[in-house]
Design a binder for this molecule. Structure first.
Ligand code: CP
Length: 321
């Protein structure tokens, strides 16, 4: 169900991308098809299409990022948009300027799209509610709430590697509690109609209320991975843990670490995914992360085409109403 503030405009076009909640299967499939059409741009001599010439995208990253920020920048450049990245460490936010004042000033520079990462859940929604007409907002990760573009590139990768979604069993393993990626992945997997979504991890890291989303919860890796097609690993987000939720990293790895041995619980041809950054030896062994079943780096590559699709779809919606 959509909240009072909608990411759609009055004509039903997707003006912002803040969450996958409320996006239907047809919309996700449309994004994958647009991403398919952009995937070949990386093989061109000149890795560019002239689609967004004259459009200005501004990256507002209030939290660290390697993959999301860089692939958004590459996506914007491949679409021929002008890209500006605000360096928060040297910006006037360090002098006490509010988020809203920062946004108003960026708007005054004629930005067409703001791509926002923030540690507060709801920050991208707040900005979207306050930007002027003609400006779009894309959520690049807000607190523990949502990371819609990561989930879309994950789904695009599953579609590419494993074909139709309906017969698939997918396990999401690790720190679900603090993961905005897991929340977006669950919505996307359910919308796309996979056969089964399993959440696997210690009781302290899986909120039991997530069971209401139609997922199966497992606290043992062996049963959680049994016969799955896709293993999606998650990092322990120590920076968001404010109390002792785990005995020790070693015990966590012993119980939930993905190794060549524990990967055997899954189907022989299961793929291993991780949104990154990976913590080797904490949630995943190096020989699995770098092994033949891993699609962790293809996820990153796919992220460029998927973010090109998202930017172009959202920006083309503006002004249609
Ligand atoms: N997956 C992800 O969001 O990675 P970054 O934090 O490096 O952007």
């Amino acid at each position: 169900m959509r909240s009072a503030f909608s990411q759609y405009d009055s004509s039903g076009a997707l003006r912002h991308l803040l969450t996958l909640d409320g996006l239907d299967k047809a919309t996700l499939e449309e994004i994958f098809e647009i991403a398919d059409s952009f995937a070949g741009v990386r093989d061109q001599t000149i890795k560019k299409v002239p689609l967004l010439r004259g459009k200005t995208l501004v990256m507002l990253f209030f939290e660290p990022s390697t993959r999301t920020r860089t692939t958004f920048e590459m996506a914007g450049k491949r679409l021929s948009a002008d890209l500006v990245s605000l360096n928060l460490a040297s910006s006037s936010t360090t002098k006490g300027e509010t988020l809203l004042d920062t946004v108003r000033n960026i708007e005054a520079m004629d930005a067409d799209m703001l791509i926002v990462r923030h540690k507060q859940s709801g920050a991208a929604h707040f900005i979207a509610e306050n930007v002027r007409e003609g400006v779009s907002v894309v959520n690049a990760g807000d607190g523990q709430h949502s990371h819609p573009t990561q989930a879309l590139l994950d789904m695009f990768t599953i579609r590419k590697e494993k074909g139709p979604f309906e017969p698939l069993k997918v396990a999401v393993v690790g720190d679900i509690l603090h993961s905005r990626v897991a929340r977006s992945q669950i919505i996307a997997l359910k919308t796309l109609g996979v056969d089964e979504v399993r959440l696997v991890g210690p009781k302290t890291l899986i909120p039991p209320e997530l069971g209401a989303l139609g997922v199966n919860i497992h606290h043992e890796l062996k049963t959680g991975l049994d016969d799955v097609d896709v293993v999606m690993m998650l990092r322990l987000q120590h920076e968001r843990m404010h109390s002792a939720l785990l005995p020790s990293r070693k015990e966590y790895f012993d119980q939930y670490g993905l190794t060549t041995e524990t990967l055997k619980y899954a189907k022989d041809d299961a793929i291993v995914m991780h949104p990154g950054p990976i913590n080797r030896g904490v949630e995943i062994a190096s020989d699995v992360a770098d092994g033949p079943q891993s699609v962790i780096l293809p996820q990153v590559t796919n992220g460029i085409a998927v973010r090109m699709a998202i930017i172009s779809k959202v920006i083309s919606s503006v002004g249609k109403s």
